[in-house]
Structures are given as C-alpha cells and as structure tokens.
Design a protein around this ligand. Structure first.
Ligand code: BEZ
Length: 255
C-alpha cells in the first residue's frame, strides 16, 4: 500500500514511542541486526546503539526515503521481508508494528528462520487477536453502507487483510520453523490518538488508505463521520480518541 511517511512521523509517532520498550528486550553488543518493517527509521537509530551493523528494511519506498533522510549514515533497503538475503548471518531481527501487514506468514517466518544464525534472536511486537477490533467493525459497517449508497460494489475485506494471531497460534508457527519461544504475550494497549476530534479520521486516512483508494472524497468523509458516531461512546474520552490496540510481544531464539 502507499504510505504517507510525513503524516506517519507527525501524527502517529506513538508507534515508535511504544516500540522503545521493545528495544530493551535486545542484548547489547550484537553483530548484525535487522529492523524489519523499519518505516521511517524512528527505532533504527536507537537500534544502532546495540549492534555493530544495522540494516533497516521496508517494502514502502516512501518510508525508506524518509528513513534515509532521517539517518543518512544507516543502511536502509526497500525490500520484501520474505526475500531477505542474509542466510544464517543475522544476530537479531527486531520488528515493531509491522508483521501484521505481511500476507504470507509461512514464507515470512521461513525467511526469518533462514537469515538468523543458530542462537539468533527474534524480538517483535505487532497486532494480537482482536487488535483494533472495534475500529475495524465500525469501519467495515460504515464503508459498506457508504459504498452501497454511492452504487459502488466493493467488498470490505479488512479482517482478512491483517494478521492478528493469538500468542499460542504465533508460538506454534515459530516452533514449526525452528524457533524456541521465550516469550509470547498478548496485552491490551489502549492508545490515545493525536489531533483531538480529528484524530480518528487522521488515523483512518493513514492506516486504511488502501481501502479509500476507490472511494470518492465525499463518501470518505461520510465513512469517517459514521465511524466516529459509532465509536464515540466507547473510544472518545472527552478530549481524545482511544484506539483499541492489542499487542502480541514475542522473544524467540532460532536453534
Ligand atoms: C497496528 O496494530 O499497529 C495496526 C494494524 C493495522 C492497521 C493499523 C494499525
């Protein structure tokens, strides 16, 4: 999908702020670490303090362009994570808020297992089962209603688009690919969105941009307003929108 890298940094910098806790799960003194799905590189910088060589990879050219501007001295590559080339030579893969976007999880997990050396670490966090469940349900209903009104026939497939597994399901996937799982925990992380009343619409324009491609501007606004109406009672705290994030945090070792 096309990412708006500028909006991501200004409005959704909470993504990286939460990820800093995840960095603490990595040891110091690593040789080679990969930041998988590095986005604009907000966590790739701090990662360089823990590893002699760091490479940030992301499938989005816009994100990588922004990351290179932020950190010209760091190696960033536009790359599909399933095609990582470094067989058996990576000491750690770090990934924050990225894995749920990747469609083929078997291929991805095989690729991570292939590039890590024996004893190499996977430290990642992404959406757990039920992540943004209320937002997705409200968005799906509003989206289908607005498109029906416009006479546009499009099926909304959001729930199938993201990979939000339970801890047990993800641990089983890792074990099948040769990992020992040290930690796999799901937790609720209610997440305040910046921008006051407009925060939810801004979040949807960033993260559901792909769905909006085929939707005329006026219908987009109707969808945003309908989602806000549906969620006001549960997700508006009087000053800000609270997104219903659930996270899955994982530490696993390749054997
Ligand atoms: C997230 O959990 O970070 C996320 C997943 C899908 C869309 C937007 C955000």
């Amino acid at each position: 999908m096309d990412w708006n890298a500028g909006l991501y940094d200004q409005q959704h910098d909470f993504v990286a702020a939460y990820g800093e806790h995840l960095l603490a799960l990595l040891p110091d003194g690593l040789g080679f670490a990969v930041d998988l799905g590095c986005g604009t590189g907000a966590l790739t910088g701090p990662l360089t303090a823990r590893a002699a060589r760091v490479v940030g990879i992301d499938a989005s050219p816009d994100m990588i362009a922004q990351a290179r501007l932020r950190l010209p001295q760091v190696e960033f590559l536009v790359m599909d994570a399933c095609d990582m080339p470094w067989n058996g030579s990576v000491d750690a893969i770090f990934s924050n808020a990225a894995l749920h976007w990747i469609e083929d999880q078997e291929r991805l997990t095989a690729a991570m297992a292939r590039v890590l050396r024996p004893g190499g670490l996977l430290v990642c966090e992404f959406g757990a089962r039920g992540n943004i469940g209320r937002i997705c349900a409200a968005f799906a209903a509003a989206f289908q209603a607005a498109l029906a009104e416009e006479g546009i026939g499009a099926a909304y497939l959001n729930s199938e688009r993201f990979y939000f597994p339970s801890a047990d399901e993800y641990a089983a996937l890792l074990v099948r690919h040769g990992f020992t799982v040290r930690l796999a925990e799901e937790y609720d992380r209610p997440t305040p969105l910046k921008g006051g009343q407009d925060g939810l619409a801004s979040w949807m324009s960033q993260f559901f941009a792909q769905d909006m491609d085929c939707v005329p501007q006026a219908a987009q606004e109707k969808i945003f307003a309908a989602v806000a109406d549906a969620l006001r009672a549960s997700q508006w705290d009087g000053g800000q929108w609270i997104a219903d994030y659930r996270r899955l945090r994982v530490v696993a070792v390749k054997h």
